[in-house]
Design a protein. Sequence first.
Lengths: 476, 188
Amino acid sequence: MAVVSGKAETHRVIAPGETAGSIDDAVLNPVLAGPLRTPTWWWIGFSIAMAFLSLYLVSIVVLISTGTGVWGNNVPVGWGMPIINFVWWIGIGHAGTLISAILLLFRQPWRTSINRFAEAMTIFAVVCAGLYPILHLGRPWVFYWLAPYPNTMGLFPQFRSPLDWDLFAIATYGSVSVLFWFIGLIPDMATLRDRARSRFQKILYGTLCLGWNNSARAWQRYQRAYLLLAALSFPLVLSVHSTIALDFAVAQVPGWNNTVYPPYFVAGAVFAGFAMVLILAIPLRRGFGLQKLITRRHLDNAAKLMLATGLIVLYGYVVEAFMGWYSGVEFETYFIFNRIFGADHWWAFWLLIACNGVAIQPLWFRRVRQNPLALFVIALIVSVGMWLERFVIIVVSLTKDFLLSSWDDYVSTVWDWSLYLGSLGLFFVLFFLFIRLLPAIATSEMKELAHHDTLHGSDDDFEEIRQRYHGEEVGS
Amino acid sequence: MSETIAPEGVAQNADLYALVAEFDDAESLMAAAEATRDAGYTKTDAYTPYPVEGLDEALGMRPSRLGWLVLIMGTLGGLGGFFMQWYANNIYYPLNIGGKPLNSWPNFIVITFESAVLIAAFTAGLFMLARNGLPRPYHSIFNTPNFENVTRDKFFLAIEHRDEQFDLVETRAFLDLLSPTQVSEVER
C-alpha cells in the first residue's frame, strides 16, 4: 500500500488502532500549541490571506466612495462580476451542509472527519457570498430595506421579488449553518476547556462550551437536536440554491427561463463545493499530519461525489442547449448559438466544458481519486470551471438578449477583480483562524467512530477483497 | 474533600452531591448503568466522552420529545411567514400589478419555507440547550477527581444524593461491586 511522506496512508474511514486519546492528541495539539509553536506554513498562508483581505477592504472603500461605476457593469449586463462571484461563493458553501447534514442522515461514517471544517467552509463562503449582493445594491448601507421591519415609510419589501427570496434564503441558511456548526462544536470546546494550557484558552473555551458536562442525559437531547438540525438543513440547502436559480429562471432573459435551473444549480453547487473541500482538505491533512483521520477513503469518496455531480451539471448544459433549439423561439435559438459559437464568448463556453466536463473524467479511475496531488489539481480546475459557468450564464446571456439596439459588450475592470481576489482573502483569513483556534475535526464524533471501529472492525469490505485479489496481506 | 463517616442508613452530609464511579470503557459503564437502574436508583447520570448508544435506555431515560416541539414551531413559523406576505399584499398595501391576483401564493412559497426552517432550527438548537440547563459554567460534577478526562477517554456514573434510595455506605458498596477504577464522594 502506498506510503506518503512518512505517514501511513489508509483506505479505511479511520486508520486502525486509533483510540480516543490518540484522536484527541492528533486534533487538539495543533490548536492548543502556544503562539510561538504555530507552524511556519500557517504564518505564510495567513499573511498572504491578510494581504488579500486588505485588498478587499480597499476595494470596498473605493466602491462605496465612488459608486458601482468602478465596476464593468453596464446597462445590458447589470449583474456582471458581483453576481457571478456571489453565485460562485454560495455554491461552494453547499458541500459543507451536504457533508454535515445529508451524509449524517444517510449514515455515512466517512463524513465524520471532514464535516467540521466543511461546515466552517460553508459559513465563510456564505459570508463572502452574502456581501456581494449587498455591495451590488449600490447603496449597501440601506440593505436592511429588504427585510420586513416596522418603518416610518410604512412599507413592506416586495415579497414577490426573487431578490427578497434571496435575502430570506441566505439569511436563514447562514444563521442555521452557524447554529448547526456551533452546536456541533460544543462538546469539542468542552474537551479543549479540559486540555487548555493557558489562561486565554481556559477563558475562551470555557466560555464557548457553555458548561457542557458530557452527561448522558445531555447527550441524548443533544443527539436528537443535532439530528433534527440535519433533517432541517437537508431541504434548506436544496432550497437555497434553488432560490438562487429562481433569480434567473423567473426572468425572461433568453437561456434563463428554464425549468432545469434549480436542480442543475444545486448539482453545480455541490460540485463546486466538493472541489473546495478537496482544495482545503488535501493541504490541511498534510499540514497538521491528519492522514490517519482524513484518509484516502475520504478523498476517494469526495472525488466520486464530484464526478457524479459534475456529470449532472454536464447534463444540464446539454439540456440547456437542447431547450434552446427545441423551443423554436428566435431569441432562445440565437442565444444558444451565440453561447457555443458566437464570436465574442465561444472561448468561455468551451473552456467551461474543458474544465467541468473533460477534466473530471480521470476521476473514473481509483488511482486518480486516491492521488492527493491529482485531486488537488482537478479541484482547482473545477473551481475555475464553475466560475466560468456563472460567467457564461450571466454575461453571455445579457450582452445579447432581445433587441440589437440594446446589445452591448461587457468588460470587467480592475476593481471587479480586486474585489474577487479580496473576497478569497477574506475566506482564507477566516479559514486560517478557524484551523488555528478551533478543532478542524469533530473529536467526540471521531471517538464514537473509533469505538465502533474497535468493536466491529473496519467497514471497508471492498478494501479487503481488493487486497485478497492482489495477494496482499489483508489489513495491511 | 473530606471522608465522611456516616451512621448506618442515613444520608446526612448536606454538602454531598453524589457518589461517582469511574470506568475505563463504555462497556463497563453500560453494564454498571443497567445494574444501577435495575437496583432502583432513579437520580442517576452517566458522563461519557462521546454519546454511547443505548446508554439513555440503560439509565431509564424516556425518548426525547423535541421532535414534536420542532414540528409545531416549524409549522407556526411557516404559517407566520405566509401570513406576513398575505397581510402585506392583501390588507396592508394592496397593489394591483398588471391585474395579477393579490394573493399570488406561488410567489410566497420560498419565504414561507425559509421562515418554517428558521424557526424550527432555532427551536431545536436553543430548546436543547435550555433543557440541558446550558449555559451553566458551574456544575457539582466538575468536583469529581479526574473528571477532566471525561472529555478524553474516561467514563463516569453518578448516583445523586437526592435519590430516595441513596445511602452513603450501601450505595458505595453497591458501586464498588460494579468494578469501577475508583469511587469518589463529590461535594456540591
